[in-house]
Design a protein around this ligand. Structure first.
Ligand SMILES: Cc1cc2nc3c(=O)[nH]c(=O)nc-3n(C[C@H](O)[C@H](O)[C@H](O)COP(=O)(O)OP(=O)(O)OC[C@H]3O[C@@H](n4cnc5c(N)ncnc54)[C@H](O)[C@@H]3O)c2cc1C
Length: 377
């Protein structure tokens, strides 16, 4: 192996260019010297075969609001066909379902990530295929912000190791964040295994979610995208494959047709249900997006949390705040509260079985029936 190459000093090192990392890089001003790394290549593919991020690709109203307040508009190529305005919400054990109106934007997640990355300005030094491998503190730089680098980061690109020094390190590395584990090794935030399979479309276009507390504490979903029928769910680690298989059988029994299977994807999603699961970082390391816990534990939506936390951090870093960490913790309090509020207060009627069955049975919020005689409509 060749010797490590030292890239020198930076103000900021961003680890991960998903939604949060790309948005942060987009918003940082040119006076900051920034290096940004992602293990995916420039086309968004990954040499790490285990990384195939399944994502619904649905922009919630919260995410749309982030786009609105950050002055962003989505190009047409990112949208996916069809756009659907109601979600068929089905309680599997009681076989009751209702279409409930929802204002999601259906988009192609991969194209969305690439587009967001394309907005990163040229003054940010972007490294693709760059696998972040570790971090060490530089001596005597934490107690007081001296403006000098506090950490030495290490990454490799196709067998060559590189190092860099940075004053701030940003963990935007998602659900399995290295930096989250590095800073909080004893924080055991629950994760769920998401499994998703793609089939040739053989059902009428539909967006649906399924609840069955015997199979998952979360939920599962299906959607139509550009001629594909996609079925996925979030499961406890134990028996995730068998529960996924069981749910496919349950869906077939209510009338879904699974055509030819084209691909299977899986990944972990963070399931932050406690206040302590939200962590902003410390000692010149900041966490943003899912790495910080900003994902709704009920709906598993995280794009709005990634967009908001990265915008908040960019404002603090751009003004060279002398107590950047405290400012970030303060400024993200509302976001923590909103994420927990949305998970526990806004959606409990769907996640508490008794309330859900009442809502579905009595047609509260219903725009039309989702099931008829035990079969999907
Ligand atoms: C099945 C599923 C469906 C979802 N559906 C929706 C949805 O419909 N709507 C919604 O709003 N949210 C959805 N989410 C949540 C959403 O995808 C995430 O919350 C969001 O992507 C978080 O953004 P992020 O930037 O924090 O992390 P990510 O988007 O995961 O980005 C992390 C980045 O870090 C990089 N990285 C990781 N480790 C390293 C390393 N060691 N070195 C270098 N780079 C690294 C990765 O390559 C990646 O680019 C879904 C999640 C799942 C699992």
């Amino acid at each position: 192996m060749s010797k490590e190459i030292d890239l020198g000093d930076y103000d900021i090192g961003i680890i991960g260019l998903g939604v949060a990392g790309s948005n942060l890089a987009r918003l940082l001003l040119p006076h900051l010297k920034v290096i940004a790394l992602d293990k995916k290549d420039a086309k968004g593919d990954c040499f790490d075969e285990s990384f195939h991020k399944p994502c619904g690709g649905l922009l919630s109203q919260g995410a749309q609001k982030c786009f609105a307040n950050q002055g962003l508009s989505l190009p047409l190529e990112i949208l996916s066909s069809p756009q659907i305005f109601a979600i068929n919400t089905i309680d599997i054990p009681s076989k009751i379902g209702s279409y409930i109106q929802k204002c999601y934007v259906n988009m192609e997640r991969h194209r969305f990530d690439l587009w967001l990355k394309s907005l990163i300005p040229p003054h940010i030094e972007v490294w693709h295929n760059a696998f972040f491998k570790g971090l060490e503190s530089l001596p005597n730089t934490h107690a007081k912000d001296t403006g000098k680098p506090s950490y030495r980061g290490r990454f490799y690109v196709q067998g060559q190791y590189y190092t860099f020094n940075a004053r701030y390190i940003i963990g935007a590395d998602g659900a399995t964040s290295y930096l989250r584990r590095f800073l909080y090794p004893h924080l055991k935030t629950q994760t769920l295994v998401c499994i998703q399979e793609w089939f040739k479309e053989s059902n009428p276009p539909m967006l649906a979610c399924y609840f069955d507390e015997k199979i998952t504490p979360s939920y599962s979903w299906s959607m139509s995208k550009e001629g594909y029928f996609i079925f996925g769910g979030a499961y406890l680690h134990h028996h995730c494959s068998s529960h996924f298989k069981q749910q496919k059988k349950d869906l077939a029994s209510i009338g879904f047709v699974f055509g030819e299977k084209l691909k299977r994807e899986s990944c972990l999603v963070l399931y932050p249900t406690r206040l302590k699961d939200f962590v902003c970082g410390r000692d010149h390391i900041f966490l943003v997006g899912e790495a910080a816990g900003f994902v709704n534990a009920s709906t598993l939506e995280g794009i709005s949390g990634a967009m908001s936390s990265s915008r908040i951090l960019s404002e603090i870093l751009n003004r060279d705040d002398s107590d950047a960490h405290r400012s970030y913790v303060r400024a993200t309090r509302i976001l923590v509260f909103k994420t927990l509020f949305r998970a526990y207060v806004r959606y409990p009627f769907m996640f508490v079985p008794f309330i859900r069955r009442l809502v579905l049975k009595f047609g509260i919020l219903r725009v039309r029936k989702g099931m008829h005689k035990g079969q999907i409509q």
